[in-house]
Design a protein around this ligand. Structure first.
Ligand code: G3H
Length: 255
């Protein structure tokens, strides 16, 4: 990597940061679509930033997905964060076991030597079940931790892909896509303007608490997700974005 490449990447980071009006942009050179192994580098970069801002006594909420799993696995940390608690951003049982947020939480917690709480609650619940579950003392405690968490790490999905992956019924998928959902994060589907057009009926992080974190770290790989991320960047200007160079260029094309 030459000096010019580094300067080029730095100015791209700064340009994107300004265009989106967010806190920080960290880029990995290259294109994820051309080289899928960049996901690992992106995860690593995100974990370095995460460790640089993590404090004792922090409450950390983490979303699920394959990007978050890479992030979790790449954390290398000697310090013991024994007074830190890691929680899932929301109930998420039902997706692939390895990538569900509970598993990602356990991996992050192991690597920073902290405590953790899990949330064994499905993606879709009836109104009555939500009421009953949230009154359970153990679950209630975990939900309070999630709302009060001061660090959030999450990834972004394309709405069209997430409705397939979550195996939603054809009607539900159509309902979401008819409302022009474009991006998905922590169970919320957003349209181009950043309005929530649908959210999974489960417990966990809401829009209010999404906006009140000290650190909000968004991680994604690939230009295909660029349009899915833009609306989310409109909702929260405190975001630190970690992605690949090509995705950054794509966001600039689209904005
Ligand atoms: O909500 C977004 C998805 O969890 C992203 O998942 O990292 O597996 O693409 P992924």
């Amino acid at each position: 990597e030459s000096m010019n490449d580094v300067i080029g990447l730095n100015s791209l980071q700064e340009e994107l940061r300004q265009v989106l009006g967010i806190k920080k942009v960290l880029l990995i050179p290259g294109s994820y679509e051309k080289n899928n192994s960049l996901l690992k580098d992106i995860g690593k970069q995100a974990s370095k930033y995460f460790l640089s801002v993590l404090k004792d006594d922090d409450i950390v909420s983490i979303a699920g997905g394959s990007t978050m799993l890479e992030f979790a696995k790449s954390i290398k940390c000697d310090k013991k964060f024994s007074s830190t608690v890691v929680v899932p951003a929301r109930g998420s049982v039902g997706l692939d076991v390895e990538t569900q947020s509970n598993n990602v939480v356990a991996e992050v917690s192991k690597n920073i030597h902290s405590t953790y709480k899990l949330l064994n609650i499905p993606d879709e619940l009836g109104e009555e079940s939500i009421k009953t579950l949230t009154q359970e003392p153990e679950i209630n405690k975990t939900l309070k931790l999630i709302q009060n968490s001061n660090v959030l790490v999450f990834s972004i999905g394309r709405a069209d892909e997430m409705v397939k992956r979550r195996k939603l019924s054809d009607e539900k998928a159509k309902e979401i896509m008819d409302k022009e959902a474009i991006g998905e994060a922590f169970g919320h589907y957003f349209n181009k303007k950043g309005e929530i057009v649908y959210k999974l009926n489960t417990v966990g992080i809401d829009m209010e608490s999404f906006k009140n974190k000290r650190e909000t770290i968004a991680v994604f790989a690939g230009r295909k997700k660029a349009e899915a991320f833009i609306p989310i960047s409109k909702l929260n200007k405190n975001i630190v974005l970690v992605t690949d160079e090509d995705s950054a260029r794509r966001i600039l094309e689209l904005t």
